[in-house]
Design a protein around this ligand. Structure first.
Ligand SMILES: *Cc1c(COP(=O)(O)O)cnc(C)c1O
Length: 378
């Protein structure tokens, strides 16, 4: 099956007792057993739920993975991956990382004895240099948030394998429609399904998909044991969102390209970050490893101050000032004070995340209206 067909049908079949085309919301905490341990594949809903199974099969299908485990949030999914490691293990990741991931790594897992090194992963040699005897995981996020840098998944996965480590890609920003990390050699893909997969800003969720049996066994153990599981209604909403993933992302990308072209010529814009621009430092790599350039656009202002950025963001009428991304509606955010507020200013600026940086999550409204909105906000 090709992608658009999979987005509707992967792993789905009509419900057996009624023929319901969409999976019912199995709102139950437990399941009747015929005799102890004689059940129909489900015993307790922390461990499994048929609505969740339908979602897991769908995401596995979209990522070309054998299996997927779903979680109650994206960070819940990341938490489960890191818990497959042990104290003394070492993780390499990028210095331009989602703020919540950085916080989880440095404030929860570092104190428990897992070591992290953050490098500029757009430079493959930096990843190689960071490898140590105890390196067990390379955590890749590409395009990165919010600077939309592109990391070479194939090269990073190769380094991981040479080191006997796993490579996991946070594919939230691209979505499986635009980027297929397992095809590029990664061992697992993680999603905040809150974003493009859910797509309607109405549900929080996370997922990890992989064909690595040993890793999936450990993740299922985490599902059962740490219990960051999504409820059936959340799974249903996410699954419903996924069915239009390809249509939504395609339109968002079209709009993002038009907006990037508008911002590129604007006299008040200092730097523009969009992988689709020829001037983007990893444009060629983006062209190679993604099927299109995504719908996130970031830019900084000539007047590099929090005040100038705040004034601009308060002026937009269609772009809603809010955290998150990947929904049908366009959002605008200020990484330095919002999503990346937990990263110290010095660390932030070293990574190029300036005070006036503004991030757009471009939705599926009319591009003309979105551009007029930005025009009047300037
Ligand atoms: C939002 C996000 C997360 C965290 O996901 P939640 O669903 O908010 O817990 C992780 N990585 C990236 C790239 C994100 O955008």
């Amino acid at each position: 099956m090709k992608f658009n067909t999979k987005a509707i049908h992967a792993g789905q079949k009509p419900e057996e007792t009624t023929g319901a085309v969409m999976p019912p919301v199995f709102q139950t905490s437990t399941y009747a057993q015929k005799a102890p341990n004689d059940n129909q594949g489900y015993d307790y809903a922390r461990v499994g739920n048929p609505t969740r199974t339908a979602l897991e099969k769908m995401i596995a299908g979209l990522e070309n993975a054998d299996e997927c485990a779903c979680f109650s949030s994206g960070v819940g999914a990341i938490d489960a991956v890191i818990k497959t490691l042990r104290p003394g293990d070492h993780v390499i990741s990028t210095n331009d990382l989602y703020g919540g991931t950085y916080r989880l790594f440095t404030q929860v897992f570092e104190p428990y004895g897992i070591e992290f090194t953050f490098v500029d992963m757009t430079r493959t040699e930096e990843i190689e240099k960071a490898v140590k005897k105890n390196t067990k995981l390379i955590w890749i996020e590409t395009p990165t948030n919010p600077l939309l840098r592109i990391i070479d998944i194939k090269a990073a996965a190769k380094i991981a394998h040479k080191a006997g480590a796993l490579s996991v890609v946070d594919n939230t920003f691209a979505s499986p429609y635009l980027q297929q990390p397992l095809e590029l050699g990664a061992d697992a893909v993680m999603h905040s399904t809150t974003k493009y997969l859910g797509g309607h800003s109405d549900v929080i969720g996370g997922a990890v998909a992989t064909s690595n049996k040993e890793l999936m066994e450990k993740l299922r153990f985490q599902v059962k044991t740490s219990g960051a599981v999504p409820g059936p209604m959340d799974c249903y909403l996410t699954l419903r969102g996924i069915k239009t993933l390809h249509v939504r992302v395609e339109r968002s990308v079209q709009n993002a390209k038009k907006i990037a072209a508008f911002l590129q010529d604007h006299p008040k814009v200092e730097s523009l970050y969009y992988p689709g621009l020829k001037s983007h430092p990893q444009h060629e790599l983006a062209k190679k490893q993604m099927s299109d350039f995504g719908a996130m656009v970031s830019f900084s202002l000539k007047d590099d101050s929090v005040e100038a950025a705040s004034a601009f963001m308060s002026n937009t009428k269609i772009f809603t000032l809010a955290e998150s991304l990947g929904g049908v509606e366009s959002l605008i955010s200020h990484p330095a004070s919002m999503t990346h507020g937990s990263i110290p200013k010095a660390v932030r600026e070293k990574a190029g995340l300036m005070d006036s940086l503004i991030r757009l999550s471009v939705g599926i409204e009319d591009a003309e209206d979105l551009i007029s909105d930005l025009k009047q906000a300037f």
